[in-house]
Ligand binder design. Structure first.
Ligand code: SAM
Length: 246
């Protein structure tokens, strides 16, 4: 069998491409790309001439089966997404699962990832963290998701599209309150990179008074006021036990 390489690519700055990523993409028999037009640009820049095949969210099943056949045929396949690590809010996870089922070796070739890049510069506790990715676009499901996340003590990481940012920040304020710290990491690794730090209320205010452009990743402080109920539970248990013994 060939190997399936999961290859990270830049999230904006081409200098973040790793030497290993270039070599693996050059040596692979095929590159499975989320958007071949995008990946052609990357390949041209790094003089990679490997044949591209398309693998995106709408053809995962058909393309996935074909890729597995190539792998079973001894071909090495490298999967890339438009930016960052494949599988992380991007296609790839289905293919990894299929490959593992077939006993095919899966090799992770690490590269940039927007969430972790934002987290480490945020100044908010880097661990424990919970990477959520994109919140639901359905109102009811969004509410359910945020009600659940509201209780988490972990730092929360979200992706959001610029045209939805304002509404998402308002929903965060509604469910999490105004006071939590938030960092909006904008255009990471690019020319106009910015880290906007403040409270959720300040973020809403900023979004309401500025034109929102570019790519955003949100880092939100976890719930600092979680009631620890373990002590109470222990005490209750003990009193029951005493009661039984008497
Ligand atoms: N696979 C990618 C990764 O590993 O980060 C994420 C792909 S996801 C489809 C795209 C989202 O990631 C954007 O909507 C944005 O929230 C975030 N993102 C990607 N590049 C970014 C950047 N340069 N700055 C800030 N956020 C970015």
């Amino acid at each position: 069998f060939g190997k399936l390489f999961i290859v990270g690519t830049p999230i904006g700055n081409l200098e973040d491409m790793t030497f290993r990523a270039v070599r693996i993409l050059q040596e692979a028999d095929y590159i499975a790309a989320e958007d071949t037009r995008n990946t052609i640009k990357l390949c041209n820049h790094f003089e990679i001439t490997t044949q591209l095949i398309s693998y995106h969210e709408h053809n995962t099943r058909v393309a996935g089966e074909r890729i597995i056949e190539f792998l079973q045929d001894g071909k090495d396949i490298a999967i890339v997404s438009d930016a960052g690590m494949p599988c992380i809010s991007d296609p790839g996870a289905d293919l990894v699962e299929l490959a593992i089922e077939q006993g095919i070796a899966v090799v992770s070739v690490p590269g940039p990832n927007a969430a972790v890049t934002a987290l480490v510069a945020s100044g908010i506790a880097p661990q424990p963290f919970l990477f959520f990715g994109f919140l639901s676009r359905q109102k009811k499901e969004l509410k359910t998701q945020l009600e659940k996340l509201q209780r988490y003590e972990e730092t929360l990481l979200f992706y959001e599209a610029p045209h939805r940012l304002k509404q998402t920040l308002r929903s965060l304020a509604e469910q999490f309150g105004d006071e939590r710290k938030i960092v909006m990491a904008r255009e990471l690794t690019k020319r106009f990179e910015e880290l906007l730090r403040g409270t959720i209320a300040e973020a809403v205010e900023w979004a309401e008074s500025n034109e929102i452009r570019g790519e955003f990743c949100l880092v939100v402080e976890g719930n600092q006021n979680v009631q620890h109920e373990i002590a109470t539970a222990w005490w209750t248990d003990l009193s029951i036990k005493e009661h039984v013994e008497h």
